[in-house]
Design a protein around this ligand. Structure first.
Ligand SMILES: [Ca+2]
Length: 390
C-alpha cells in the first residue's frame, strides 16, 4: 500500500512537472513562432502597377551596379573590372585610372555609390575584389570623376583576413543618415564558421566613417578580441543593402545555401545566425545545421526557400509608382526575375515575380531620382533596362 501511494505521488509529481514543462514549452514555442520569418504569399505579377520596359543600353560585361549622376548620366561597374559612363544610352570607353580588380569567378569590380553629399564633395565609392588567387579580399575605395578618368583615388578599407577563394565577397555598400556607411562582407564560402567569430571580418556587416576610419559608437568598439568595424555578424553572402529612411531600417538580403536566402533587418551588434541557423541546406543536400532558430540569433525578416539568389536590394520611395511606396525590390540571379516584396506598414503582405519573360539573371536594381526602376542583367552582353510608367 505504502509503495502504491509512493508510486502514485511520483506519478502525480511527474504529471505536474510535465504540465508545467509543456506550459513553458508552449510559451517558448509561441514566443519563437511570433518571431518566424514573415509569411509572404505569392501574388500575381499583375498586382504590380502597369509599366513599360525600356532598354537603356547593352554591350556591358557582367554589369554589377548602377549609380545615378546628378546630370542624368549613369555610372556602371562591370565585374570584369571596368567602370563606364552611360550618356543617353551610349557607353563610354572604360573610365581611366580605375584600380585593378582581382577578376575571377564572383570577384571583380562590384558596387558604385555616390556620397550623400556628392554635389558638394564629388566622392564616388566603389568596391572590388583585391589581391590574387592566394590572398584576396573585398576592398573599398573612393575617387572623384574628372572627364573620363578617376582622380584622387583613395583606398579606404580592406576586409581581413584575406582568403584564397574567389567567391562570397559581399561587396555592397549603403550610406546611413549620419553619413557613415555599411559594407557587406561574405564568408568566403570555405570559411563559414568565421561568420560567428568576432575577431575577423568575414560574414559581417562593417560600418565605417566616410573616410574609412572606424566610428567610435560601433557595437564592439574597445572589447577585447572583437573587431571594432563590426556592425552585425552571422552573415553568409549579403549582396543587397539599403537604408529604408521611412522605417529607419537598415535592410539587407543575402544568399543562403540551397534554400535559406534571407531579407534581414539589421540591428547593431546582433547575430544573424549563419551557419548555426538556416532554413537552407548545403548544395549537396547535406544538412548544414539542424537548427532553424536559436536563442540570441535573429530570424530572417523574409525567408526564400527555395533560393532565388538575391543579388541586390532597394526600397521604392519614388514618385513614378506611388502605389508601391515603401515596398522592397530584389534582383535575382537564379530565378531570373525582379522580386517585389509588398509591404503594409512594417509587415510583408505578399510578393511577386516580375520580368520573368526577360529570362535574364538580374544583378542590380536601383531607383532613379525620377522614380524609374533600373535593372542590370548579368551576362557577357549585359543590358540596362528601366521600368517606367505605362
Ligand atoms: Ca540568417
Amino acid at each position: 500500500m505504502q509503495n502504491v501511494i509512493k508510486h502514485r505521488s511520483i506519478v502525480t509529481a511527474l504529471i505536474v512537472c510535465t504540465v508545467i514543462l509543456s506550459f513553458f514549452n508552449i510559451e517558448a514555442v509561441s514566443a519563437k513562432s511570433n518571431n518566424k520569418p514573415q509569411a509572404a504569399p505569392m501574388l500575381d505579377a499583375k498586382a504590380f502597377p502597369a509599366f513599360k520596359l525600356v532598354q537603356v543600353t547593352s554591350g556591358l560585361s557582367h554589369p554589377w551596379a548602377i549609380a545615378f549622376l546628378p546630370d542624368n548620366r549613369l555610372l556602371v561597374t562591370e565585374r570584369s573590372g571596368n567602370l563606364r559612363i552611360v550618356e543617353q544610352g551610349k557607353l563610354s570607353a572604360p573610365v581611366e585610372n580605375v584600380p585593378a580588380s582581382y577578376v575571377r569567378s564572383q570577384g571583380g569590380l562590384m558596387d558604385v555609390v555616390l556620397h550623400p553629399d556628392y554635389k558638394n564633395n564629388g566622392w564616388i565609392y566603389l568596391t572590388h575584389a583585391y589581391g590574387d588567387a592566394d590572398k584576396n579580399a573585398t576592398r573599398l575605395f573612393r575617387a572623384k570623376l574628372k572627364d573620363n578618368a578617376l582622380v584622387d583615388v583613395q583606398t579606404l578599407f580592406t576586409v581581413s583576413p584575406m582568403k584564397d577563394t574567389p567567391v562570397h565577397y559581399g561587396g555592397r555598400i549603403t550610406f546611413l543618415p549620419d553619413n557613415t556607411l555599411v559594407l557587406t562582407s561574405g564568408d568566403g564560402f570555405d570559411y563559414r564558421e568565421e561568420a560567428q567569430k568576432l575577431d575577423n571580418l568575414l560574414g559581417k556587416m562593417i560600418r565605417l566613417n566616410d573616410d574609412g576610419t572606424i566610428p567610435t559608437d560601433n557595437p564592439f568598439v574597445g572589447q577585447a578580441g572583437k573587431r571594432d568595424e563590426i556592425w552585425s555578424y552571422g552573415h553568409r553572402n549579403p549582396q543587397g543593402i539599403v537604408y529604408d529612411a521611412q522605417r529607419k531600417w537598415l535592410v539587407s538580403n543575402e544568399h543562403g545555401p540551397k534554400g535559406g536566402d534571407e531579407i534581414n533587418i539589421i540591428t547593431a551588434g546582433k547575430n544573424y545566425g549563419w551557419p548555426v541557423i538556416t532554413y537552407g541546406r548545403d548544395y549537396s543536400g547535406a544538412i548544414i545545421s539542424p537548427y532553424t532558430e536559436y536563442d540570441g540569433m535573429q530570424q530572417p525578416f523574409v525567408d526564400w526557400t527555395p533560393s532565388i539568389a538575391p543579388s541586390s536590394l532597394t526600397v521604392y520611395q519614388g514618385n513614378m509608382f506611388p502605389e508601391i511606396n515603401g515596398d522592397y525590390l530584389a534582383s535575382a540571379l537564379k530565378y531570373r526575375e525582379l522580386r517585389w516584396v509588398k509591404m503594409q506598414g512594417n509587415k510583408v503582405v505578399g510578393q511577386a515575380s516580375l520580368l520573368k519573360d526577360l529570362g535574364e539573371r538580374i544583378r542590380d536594381v536601383n531607383v532613379a531620382p525620377d522614380g524609374a526602376i533600373y535593372i542590370a542583367t548579368d551576362s557577357t552582353n549585359g543590358k540596362i533596362y528601366k521600368l517606367i510608367k505605362h
